[in-house]
Design a protein around this ligand. Structure first.
Ligand code: NA7
Length: 545
């Protein structure tokens, strides 16, 4: 299809008509562009950032690194790509992933399909002709048949709800909006707020430079040493030889990373054997830690054995017993908040110039001109580093004025929490797709495995529709409600809902408290999607406008 330009009567701007619009040029959006182009669809990606890369464009804080191994966290759709690209370390750094994203975009000629610095403001479905009108903050108007939200699960950052942030006169940084030129902390007094993955990765490196570092911890987190290292070329070559089988195993696994299936309850083995098992996994395999036993993530007593093992490790590393106890997580089961991989995180608290403040004991009350005030005292600093996370999974969709059939707003449809069919589509929002959306395995998996599966599903569904002369694909209400009930039911079987996590929306005041990801496993999920597609896309209705 060729582009047509019409004059938009209302805005006086040119409306560009395309077959497909993709929002976001991260790892999902770029692969979606590639697949749609393969179907001959005129496709454009609108990207808010100044370059491609999504998460890996924005999150440039010191130590930013993926905690899935590089040879797993990479596209599998092209055998030559996966053979050619050489990773340098076990866990890839942010700059290396960004280089990889550029390599992929160069290799498949994707750059010219992406419009940078273009943030989508609204997307309204037109009942009369079954197409979408999409407007950008810059006033562009787009007219598209297919609309793919490849907006990421962790892309709308959040600041803490503490009064006074605008009064601080020093430097303010958020891990998800790090300056491209970096930030030098040499000789400075620094506060880091937040001890999730971003904080835990950044803190040791900030400590290397800062004159004084105070870490403000609200919730102690479980973290395991990454033991990162350069990738041995022979080991890399061997993995590449085995890629076909390995990728298949990843696709059929629980978390998108193949690990041997557990066969025993943690409570049926004796403590020595259990300890040996945790010791063998510690510092080697985060998913292995989570899946050591059949009941690790479903039975509180079984889970506690892993949690206590980590606490013992913390006590073994941190010299000051009081600091060690403050760093020991106690208010959520192991794994129910995203566990972290670190490089020297706990040992950082043995350094003279590093302090830990327990916000459970002395909550933050205010940000002042000079620093932070807790219920106990004021801390004067030069830099405030917010590692305070994201409005996860739904934040980036909520930021867009999204309206489906009859002008129904997504915000209203999801007032009590997201309702989706497979985490992919929302009933009443035809031709709209959410890549790794709420209700899919997404954040509970190796994102690359989930991204490829979703993008392939969408591309195949659109091809299926077009081959049958249909231009509109939409999930039925029953299918979406049925799937969402299933997602909740499986979630409720586990310990995940017990944590005040971003999986539960608990980190954003007023957000409905529901477990948003699907914990049934990427293998089972894929099988379900494949079956439903083979049966003619059960739960989806096809029509022409
Ligand atoms: P996270 O994991 O959401 O961590 C945010 C941290 O910030 C966490 O420790 C929060 O404590 C803390 N936080 C948030 N708001 C406040 C306030 N108001 N006061 C004090 N502390 C606060 O985000 P990350 O960027 O670290 O990681 C996101 C994901 O990226 C990660 O899970 C991986 O999947 C990759 P809380 O736990 O809410 O008490």
């Amino acid at each position: 299809m060729t582009d047509t330009l019409e004059q938009s009567a209302t805005r006086g701007t040119a409306t560009r008509r395309v077959d497909a619009l993709v929002v976001g040029a991260g790892l999902s959006g770029l692969y979606m562009l590639h697949r749609f182009r393969g179907l001959g669809l005129d496709t454009v990606v609108l990207e808010a950032g100044g370059d491609i890369g999504g998460t890996w464009y924005w999150n440039r804080y010191p130590g930013a690194r993926c905690d899935v191994e590089s040879m797993e966290y990479s596209y599998s759709f092209d055998p030559e790509l996966e053979q050619d690209w050489e990773w340098s370390e076990k866990y890839p750094t942010q700059p290396e992933i960004l280089r990889y994203v550029h390599h992929v975009a160069d290799r498949f000629g994707l750059h010219d399909g992406v419009r940078l610095d273009t943030r989508v403001a609204s997307a309204h479905f037109r009942d009369r002709d079954g197409r979408w009108t999409v407007t950008t903050e810059g006033g562009e108007v787009w007219d598209t048949e297919q609309l793919v939200m490849a907006t990421g699960c962790l892309s709308t950052s959040k600041l803490p709800e503490i009064p006074g942030v605008e009064t601080f006169v020093g430097r303010t940084l958020h891990t998800a909006h790090w300056p491209h030129e970096g930030a030098d902390f040499t000789g400075r007094r620094v506060a880091v707020i937040g001890t999730g993955s971003s904080g835990i990765q950044a803190i040791p490196l900030i400590a290397d430079e800062a004159a004084d570092l105070t870490v403000f911890q609200r919730t102690a987190n479980f973290s395991m040493p990454a033991n990162n290292a350069p990738l041995d070329p022979e080991a890399q070559a061997e993995r590449k030889r085995g890629y076909p089988e390995h990728r298949k195993a990843a696709r059929e696994s629980g978390f998108g990373i193949p690990v041997p299936a557990a066969t025993q309850s943690a409570l049926e083995v004796d403590p020595e054997e259990r300890r040996a098992r945790y010791e063998a996994t510690w510092g080697r395999n985060l998913v292995g830690m989570l899946t050591s036993y059949t009941d690790s993530i479903v039975d509180p007593a079984a889970n506690e054995t892993a949690a206590e093992f980590v606490r013992e490790k913390i006590r073994g590393i941190v010299h000051d017993p009081e600091t060690a106890e403050t760093l020991c997580p106690r208010d959520h089961p192991f794994g129910t908040k995203r566990p972290c991989l670190d490089s020297g995180y706990y040992a950082t608290f043995n350094r003279e110039h590093v302090q830990l403040v327990d916000l459970k004991k002395t909550p933050l009350t205010e940000i002042t001109a000079r620093g932070l005030r807790t219920t106990e005292r004021e801390y004067e600093v030069d830099d405030l580093v917010f590692a305070t996370g994201f409005d996860a999974m739904t934040g980036s969709l909520a930021a867009i004025d999204l309206r489906g059939r009859d002008g129904k707003r997504l915000a209203d449809a999801w007032a009590d929490g997201p309702v989706t069919h497979l985490g992919l589509q929302v009933a009443g929002f035809p031709n709209l797709y959410t890549i790794t959306g709420p209700g899919s395995p997404s954040v509970l998996s190796n994102m690359m495995v989930s991204i490829e599966q979703h993008v392939d599903f969408v591309a195949d569904a659109v091809r299926y529709a077009h081959e049958r002369g249909a231009t509109v694909i939409e999930s039925t209400e029953e299918a979406a409600q049925g799937w969402t009930d299933h997602v909740r039911e499986v979630g409720d079987y586990t310990l995940y809902p017990q944590a005040n996590s971003w999986y539960m929306g608990a980190n954003v005041p007023g957000k409905p408290r529901v477990f948003m990801a699907y914990i049934g496993g990427v293998g089972a999920y894929r099988q379900h999607c494949d079956q439903l597609a083979a049966d003619g896309y059960t739960g989806f209705a096809f029509s022409s406008a």
